[in-house]
Design a protein around this ligand. Structure first.
Ligand code: GDP
Length: 425
């Protein structure tokens, strides 16, 4: 029989209220043992909790009895909204652990049960995990949509289309077994539906990246030594994160500084100056890393000559405009603040194109890979005239869907995912 688990689901005590959740087959008995009766289901009721071992009062708590399977975990669930004091929570937890069949929950175990009981798919679990970790409003909005199943419902739509197409392909195959050639119209219908589905899957890949949303838009400051990169980085993030000096080659390695501007998370990278040649081995490694950073950047701020622009989409800046004749590009001075407002507006505008707008979810690399695999099988099916191949590709496409929803995930992968949750979630 499944264990009944319990944990404090609200924040660490002391707090105004401490919510203990109990989930599993003995949840109701546990409630009865502490209160002496079972309240009507789904109705909040203020009750005295007593220790069943010595009848001593523990706390007065708002109790909820939620019979499964229509609950968050899919199991019988009890909630005890106790006073959030350390000793109160400790006493109630102690009484709960003394009950037969009850034990403290592992991190993420409530959510794992919800997943295993089909109350959530893997995408909703990941959305929930992101929602709990969200620090910016953008992260919160995208994670909420994912946890509410907006992406999961799209997958269900693809799954229904695949089942339908598989059935059509199998029926056409049976037909051809009887030497009665299926009419071309059926095959054409299957092929064109497959092509439409492959297009739709391809389009869905343009959803913004959840990793980028979480870790920040990668902005790389590049240019020759002494151009003013470190000074600009410090001005952008509002603190002394990079060393400023007029000795060329001071920034020998990349410095990564996360900062939020206008509610958007950015990850700024100050690179070693790109000089034509250097005899310093460490500086030259720094320059290699600078080139790699430039390649991986979402946005490049270029503080060098316009003729040496490292990438066509780099933002050209005319730095130190307070003391130098402004060249090409946006004139800025990290020292006087000139041009900084325009620069930040420009960064936010570029970033907004890479991030989910209101009403969009973002996709993790796992999900993107899953959709790509699914699309490849659907495309292969669409490109074949052989019904046997079409049916086989469709079978593999359905497997890809199962991996996407988590129905075919390995224990290992699930262990890792749920270990990242806190206890009580
Ligand atoms: P980096 O090598 O590109 O990182 O350049 P730094 O930020 O270290 O700056 C090189 C020198 O230029 C330092 O002495 C800075 O104080 C100076 N500097 C940087 N930005 C400005 C600016 O906007 N105005 C003025 N007047 N000096 C600056």
């Amino acid at each position: 029989m499944t264990d009944t688990i319990f944990a404090l689901s609200s924040g660490a005590p002391p707090a105004g209220i401490g919510v203990l959740r109990v989930s599993g087959p003995s949840a109701c008995e546990a409630l009865e043992a502490l209160t002496g009766s079972v309240p009507p289901p789904r109705r909040a009721r203020l009750m005295l909790l007593t220790d069943f071992r010595d009848s001593a009062p523990l706390d007065r708590a708002l109790t909820l009895w939620l019979p499964g399977p229509g609950t968050a975990t899919g199991e019988d669930l009890v909630e005890l909204h106790c006073h959030g004091g350390r000793a109160v929570i400790a006493a109630v937890e102690d009484a709960l652990s003394a009950l037969p069949g009850l034990r403290p929950a592992q991190p993420g175990e409530f959510t794992r049960r919800a997943f295993e009981n089909g109350r959530m798919d893997l995408n909703e679990v990941e959305g929930l995990s992101d929602l709990l970790a969200a620090e910016t409003q953008q992260q919160r909005r995208a994670a909420l949509l994912m946890s509410e199943g907006h992406f999961s419902r799209r997958i269900e739509g693809w799954q229904a289309a695949l089942l339908n197409l598989s059935a059509m392909a199998e029926a056409a195959l049976d037909f051809s077994d009887e030497d009665d050639v299926p009419d071309d119209a059926t095959e054409r219908r299957i092929t064109s539906s497959l092509a439409d589905l492959a297009d739709e899957l391809g389009d869905s890949l343009s959803a913004p990246s959840a990793e980028r949303l979480r870790d920040g838009i990668r902005v790389v400051l590049a240019g020759p030594p002494n151009a003013g990169k470190s000074t600009l980085l410090n001005a952008l993030v509002g603190r002394e994160a990079a060393i400023v000096s007029d000795i060329a080659g001071t920034t020998r390695d990349r410095i990564e500084v996360p900062a939020a501007l206008g509610g958007t998370a950015f990850l700024f990278t100050d690179t070693a100056g790109l000089r034509e040649s250097t005899s310093d081995v460490i500086e030259s490694i720094g320059m290699d890393r600078a080139r790699a950073a430039v390649e991986a950047a979402d946005i490049i701020l270029w503080l060098g000559e316009a003729a040496q622009l490292p990438r066509a989409d780099a933002i050209q800046l005319a730095a130190q405009c307070d003391r130098q004749v402004a060249g090409e590009g946006l004139p800025i001075s990290a020292l006087t603040g000139e041009g900084m407002e325009q620069l930040i507006a420009l960064l936010l505008d570029r970033a907004s194109k890479l991030l989910p707008s209101t009403g969009d979810y973002a996709l993790h690399e796992r999900q993107r890979k899953g959709v790509r695999l699914l699309r490849d099988h659907v495309q292969a099916a669409a490109g074949s005239a052989d019904l046997l191949i079409i049916a086989e590709e469709l079978r593999q496409a359905r497997e890809a869907v199962d991996r996407l929803t988590g129905r075919a995930s390995t224990e290992d992968m699930l262990d890792r995912l749920f270990a990242g949750f806190c206890i009580g979630k």
